[in-house]
Write a protein that binds this ligand. Structure first.
Ligand code: MRU
Length: 350
């Protein structure tokens, strides 16, 4: 599968190179990052984005930052490492993969009380392991998810949970890519996903480039394509799944789930275990990121389309209630209700 490189650590491990996703689909540009401020900004501005990709990025970011520390003593090294990880963790609150990866890197340093030069090498290996594990999880999600599809199906997706957001097969797109490889005839409808247009700019772009039959629609067209019988299932990604199956995903996802319920269409979220947060009991406990009101009022337009003095509200995610979900597709299998019981069972949590 031909893909753009999304995140890459340089050979000397002193820099991180990322595809600037804010420039897609018209410009394929790369940024080179070295400082923690550049890395924080890259996450905040969505130059790198999507929950699993942010997790992989965070692993590499910590490995790169560590190479630049001037300390010889383990304690001074660890202190700087923990502070930088905590700083990066403030960039975006909703996607749990960010804190998941940062905590894993912190725990790795904690567990390796060794020579600083040796830890620096091992941290790069650990970041590469996170990256590889993520690719394997997406492959498994593809294999489980494709069993939910039939030849001729129309699939609606919202936002971008493809390779740009998750690397490899992506998550929501994983069954689509695999179905396409198997020669199945599928058709994807991609919601544009206001206000940042990840669906229009990114999902339709990557599926089209992969040769998958994709149609881009405005968010408010989801109901009509369902009513017209064009959609046999909905597949979306997730930024944090709570222990009871409620999950946060890009703003507008819960509305799509309500529509799917109305029309009797199966609704699936697909994500790796790094997106499941057993410490969050239910959706009410998920912190929803709010973004700049300029994204709602003026971004993409030659002139502001809402008068400056009019109030704007820009929550970036919403929570879909588990009662609207048909199943959750993970790398360990497909989880059906009751999610609070079955998620724990599958991941051996008590
Ligand atoms: O704000 P973004 O662009 O990082 O949004 C995340 C998303 O693209 C979606 O919510 C996605 O489904 C979850 S990430 C696989």
């Amino acid at each position: 599968m031909e893909q753009l490189e999304v995140i890459k650590i340089t050979e000397d491990a002193k820099s991180l190179i990322i595809l600037d996703q804010t420039q897609l689909p018209n410009h394929e540009e790369y940024l080179t990052l070295q400082t923690k401020e550049e890395m924080w900004k890259a996450i905040k501005l969505l130059q790198v984005r999507g929950a699993p990709a942010i997790g992989v990025f965070a692993g590499y970011a910590m490995a790169v930052l560590a190479q630049h520390y001037p300390y010889d003593s383990y304690d001074a090294f660890k202190k700087a490492f923990d502070q930088d990880a905590d700083y990066l963790n403030t960039s975006r609150p909703t996607a749990v993969n960010l804190s998941w990866a940062l905590n894993r890197m912190k725990a790795f340093v904690e567990a390796n009380v060794i020579d600083v030069a040796a830890i620096k090498v091992k941290l790069v290996e650990e970041a590469k392991t996170i990256d590889k594990e993520n690719l394997v999880m997406n492959q498994k999600i593809a294999e489980y998810g494709v069993t939910l599809l039939k030849d001729g199906d129309g699939i609606l997706t919202h936002c971008n949970a493809g390779y740009l957001a998750c690397l490899g097969y992506g998550t929501a797109t994983a069954p689509m890519y695999l179905a396409h490889e198997k020669g199945m005839n599928i058709h994807v409808y991609s919601d544009e996903t206001r206000p940042l247009l990840q669906g229009a700019r990114l999902t339709s772009y990557e599926l089209f480039k992969a040769g998958i039959d994709v149609t881009s629609i405005c968010d408010n067209m989801a109901s009509i394509v369902m009513k017209q019988g064009k959609i046999q299932c909905v597949m979306v990604g997730c930024d944090r799944i709570a222990a009871n199956g409620d999950f946060a995903n890009k703003i507008g996802t819960s509305g799509v789930a309500i529509l799917a319920k109305h029309y009797g269409i199966p609704f699936y979220t697909l994500g790796p275990s790094s997106t499941i947060d057993f410490n969050t009991k239910c959706g009410d406990d998920i912190h929803i990121e709010e973004r700049d009101e300029e994204e709602v009022g003026s971004m993409w337009y030659k002139e502001p389309m809402i008068l400056r003095d009019i109030k704007k509200y820009n929550p970036s995610f919403d929570v879909t209630d588990h009662s609207l979900l048909t199943a959750i597709v993970t790398e360990r299998g497909i989880v059906y209700p009751p999610f609070d019981v079955n998620l724990k069972k599958l991941f051996n949590k008590e």
